[in-house]
Design a protein around this ligand. Sequence first.
Ligand code: ASP
Length: 468
Amino acid sequence: MKNLPLYVKIIIGLVVGIIWSFISSSLGLNWLTRDWISPFGDIFIRMLKFIAVPLVLFSIISGVSGLKDVGRLGRIGGRTLGIYLITTVTAVVVGLLFGNIVQPGKFMDEEQRVKNRISYEQWATENNVAILDGKSYLNDPQYSHLLSDADRASMATDMDKKVEGKMESLKSRKDEGPLRFLVDMVPSNIVISISDNRLMLQVIFFAIFFGICLVMIPENTAKPVINFFEGLNQVFLKMVDLVMQAAPFFVFALMAGVITKMAETPAEVAELFISLGSYSLTVFVALVLMIFGFYPVIIKLLGIAKYTEFLRKISPAQFLAFSTSSSAATLPVTMECVEERVGVSKNVSSFVLPIGATVNMDGTSLYQTIAVLFLAQIHMVELDFVQQLTIILTATLASIGSAAVPSAGVIMLMVVLSSVGLNPAWIAIILPVDRILDMCRTVVNVTGDATVCTVIAKGEGELNPVED
Ligand code: ASP
């Protein structure tokens, strides 16, 4: 056991955690998991979170100041954003293809879909939203017998309460102008930004600015400051190292806790998957395609490494992404894997990965696309070509705007739904399976970041493959 590679130990922790959650719920031992095992999962996430922000700060400062040349930084920055955009749009297109070809929403019972459609038309009329496909089931005598129970039977209305909180957090963003995202990137008080994980972009902005200024002042003045930050960076990397030694146990605790919280009995877990099975499966297969189809092609085309080898090297980060559902919490480990195991230089990884964790979410954009199509399909709403183009734009922006924390993607999904005239409250329908899909899409988000980072390093001559 002692000699097993870390990723194998993490897989064991993960599988044992899942098995334990089923055993404990069938033996009525959920209290044991909740009170005595799950807290260790929370401790693990807390540790990763408190490491993430200082690590981003110190590693960007030492990475940028190590570049010596501000022009080069601009070039790497431009490329990074360009390639991140390409991978995100590709993910959305893959989502559109899957959603349109498989049509997961059409597996639902026809009568339920008509009732959903009628309740959608009622909602659209009440809220002055144009029904874009121009059809009216509400006034069609053929469906009049369904009218009275459409409201009651609509899948969304009885769940509206669940999304109220999420709606509120989104409403506050509504009146903001188009340049709001730029304003939001600039901190007004760096101490506040450091203290809030959701303000990571502000920390990145500050760190890059600080690093650039460090390059611009006389070398003998800058040297001790650079050494100081390099030292701090090493300390935080050591912390990641130590926490990761215990990761298999922490992952066990995390999985046992998450699954137990998701459903109290094994029958409930099974029920969840059956009712939203076609949707979950479509998202899952599309995500798998990204990991085993899209990224391998990039890695292979550029002659970087054997893909299986690349996957093995970043697998601790992937398993962690799966168990924490947070790209931000996983970031310290992603950095360690990409630097120490893949061989990307710190200069590149310390800059490209933190940006990726916050803005590049291929898994999230793909999932948002399939979710919109699925929700439209179960409400019998046909989305035309222009609306599908709108989805490409809004899902790309929504994934960029999603924070790298659990469930951020489902909140931003409301933006995508509204952009094509659909009811944002429909997210309630897919909430029951959201956590498990969040775990899967976060793996893709992290894999995308690691792939792009390696590609940039290769282009910059900053990749020194590590033999194991
Ligand atoms: N949990 C995802 C991440 O951290 C974001 C999301 O899609 O909810 O990457």
